[in-house]
Design a protein. Structure first.
Length: 367
């Protein structure tokens, strides 16, 4: 008898779970403390579920309907105070986050609508808008005293368009333009009374061509020449530094090698999924299934984390045979290093899941 393997791999993000019997469900920490409780109906999660902190304090309350998690939930700090919550108000889901001391930290409509972030003192810090889950339009940042500090334009989740910075008196500080996250073209810098101080150009985030300094009467004081960031004039006593435009995106997914030219989270997710799919397809050895007594469609579930250094860690696999699980873990261990995921400007650990699917066919030899 000859066995032919047709090898198919699909990469998707999904909840890493397995079929459960109907009825109540409980999971525990290693010390025996209750970790999660809920129930299954028709082998799917249903009704109210609760998770707990290791100290026994309620961590989150949420619900499922026919296996699908609903948007409304409430999360709690370890001291019992509400940390986050999503509620349905006038047919819109509004999410609110809170400081540990109790004041409102942020509020937003999900997935599309306004986002506002506040100082612990109550003042408005950030104001922006989301479309299709991505930042879109003008993003605003305010001084602690309430005056407008920055406006940056976003397109499909990335910075693309004009940026402006303001003094506290409302006078324009500087203005320029971004193209796909990089400063390109002219930038002008002003004094607090509105006088033009510097003007020059960027090319892909680097100083380029002539940067000109002016005095109070508009007369040219000096000219500094650049070529793709390299200074061509060395006799100036003035040190120019590139403008740092603030980043307004709350979260950025990890960047798989070769996906650096993708800027929105949506495009990065797809590029990463395609990249991992291709990697697994070329590295996974389907012949390990030979002789294991398997037939028809087989599936290996794999989950792992992309750590703050961009490496795949904590890899786990569950499949129809330990040999297949071992092969899946081995392949994921060799994933290339990525740019880590970012949340509020800091690297974070990002969970990832994928199934590896086999179709095993048995063919009798021809007579």
């Amino acid at each position: 008898m000859v066995k032919n393997l047709i090898f198919l791999i699909f990469i998707i993000c999904f909840q890493f779970s397995f079929a459960q019997v109907d009825g109540n469900f409980e999971a525990f920490f290693e010390d025996g403390q209750l970790k999660t409780q809920g129930q299954y109906k028709n082998k799917k999660k249903d009704g109210e579920w609760r998770s707990y902190h290791p100290n026994g304090q309620l961590a989150q309350v949420y619900t499922y309907t026919d296996g699908k998690r609903n948007r409304e939930y409430t999360s709690f700090f370890v001291d019992g105070k509400v940390s986050r919550e999503t509620k349905k108000v006038d047919n819109e889901y509004i999410t609110k986050g809170y400081y540990e001391g109790g004041p409102l930290f942020y509020e937003r409509i999900i997935p599309d609508g306004f986002y506002k972030e506040y100082l612990e003192s109550g003042g408005l810090k950030i104001e922006s808008n989301y479309v299709d889950g991505e930042l879109s339009g003008v993003w605003k940042q305010f001084y602690d005293t309430g005056e407008l500090q920055w406006t940056v334009y976003y397109k499909n989740g990335y910075r693309d368009g004009e940026y402006r910075s303001y003094y506290k008196n409302g006078q324009l500080n500087l203005e320029g333009r971004l193209r796909k996250e990089k400063k390109n073209g002219a930038e002008k810098r002003y004094s607090e009374n509105g006088q033009l101080v510097w003007s020059g150009d960027y090319k892909a985030d680097k100083f380029h061509k002539n940067w000109v300094q002016y005095d109070a009467s508009g007369k040219v004081l000096e000219v500094q020449k650049f070529d793709n960031g390299r200074a061509l004039s060395s006799d100036s006593n003035t040190i120019l530094t590139p403008t740092i435009v603030p980043e307004g995106a709350l979260e950025k997914v990890p960047v798989y090698p070769g996906c650096e030219d993708k800027y929105s989270n949506r495009d990065r997710r797809k590029c990463m999924s395609d990249g991992i799919s291709q990697f697994v397809r070329t590295r996974f050895n389907p012949n390990v299934a030979l002789g294991l007594g398997l037939s028809q469609s087989q599936r290996i579930f794999v989950k792992f984390e992309i750590n703050k250094e961009g490496e795949a860690v904590n890899i786990q696999a569950r499949g129809p045979h330990p040999v297949l699980e071992k092969e899946a873990v081995w392949v994921i261990e060799f994933l290339p290093k990525m740019q880590p995921g970012i949340q509020r400007g800091e690297p974070v650990v990002v969970p990832y899941s994928l199934p590896i699917v086999f179709n095993v066919r048995e063919n009798k030899p021809k007579k």
